[in-house]
Ligand binder design. Structure first.
Ligand SMILES: O=C(O)CCC(=O)C(=O)O
Length: 219
């Protein structure tokens, strides 16, 4: 019988291993699976304090991806621009603490990709639904670019776009599944990236959503 494609990466057939997508960029297949339950509990705890919301961009659009943050600094956007802030503008309170499992996973993944000693102070949590997309962008709001970005995928599969240092550079399509972690830094730190419009491929545990965390050293 022909092998079936495991779309969810949630069982023994999930792919494992480290795939290079740039000189200092890697997909760590299924790396987050051992942390998945703790991560999802972390999302529940974080969103109880700072709920998901759709933010506006300086260009006048509302993002199709809903987001929140945890950690000392949270990334926000509104008509005035993109920035990090210590206070959640929706609640008027500091962002929730970074759950311990997020930190442990981020440090382990960064080390696995060649970036030991990663000390993130910001975690953006994105929630994608069918048709949500994230256009190509560079992560440039951080104070310096010495630390890598660690990006964790849970739930529905997605196609991650990984480009070059110019917006017009060719992009590579990288399928990402539940439990995959992408790490990029060093010479690749400013590469353009984004997510193609999501298809509705419900995940057995998370349903028709994809949760992504990106951990950064912003301050
Ligand atoms: O959802 C993803 O895989 C990427 C997220 C991202 O690029 C970002 O939050 O800047």
């Amino acid at each position: 019988m022909a092998p079936t494609l495991d779309l969810f990466g949630d069982d023994d057939t999930a792919q494992h291993g480290r795939e290079a997508i740039g000189p200092q960029s890697f997909v760590l297949r299924s790396f987050a699976l051992p942390y998945a339950d703790a991560l999802m509990q972390g999302v529940v705890d974080v969103t109880a304090q700072s709920p998901f919301r759709h933010m506006d961009t300086p260009g006048g659009y509302t993002m199709s991806v809903a987001l929140t943050n945890c950690g000392q600094l949270g990334w926000t956007t509104d008509a005035r621009g993109y920035r990090y802030s210590r206070i959640d503008p929706m609640t008027g309170h500091p962002w929730p603490d970074l759950p311990d499992a997020f930190l442990r996973l981020a440090q382990a993944a960064a080390a696995e990709a060649g970036f030991p000693g990663f000390a993130p102070d910001a975690c953006l949590v994105n929630r994608y639904e069918p048709r949500s997309r994230l256009s190509l962008h560079q992560d440039k709001n951080e104070r310096d670019y010495d630390a890598p970005i660690v990006s964790v995928s849970l739930g529905m599969p997605a196609v991650f776009l990984f480009g070059g240092n110019e917006r017009s550079d060719k992009t590579r399509r990288v399928p990402l599944f539940h439990g995959d972690v992408v790490v990029w830094g060093g010479v690749d730190r400013l590469r353009y990236h984004g997510v193609m419009p999501m298809k509705d491929l419900p995940h057995p545990k998370l349903g028709s959503q994809r949760i992504n965390f990106t951990l950064r050293k912003a301050g």
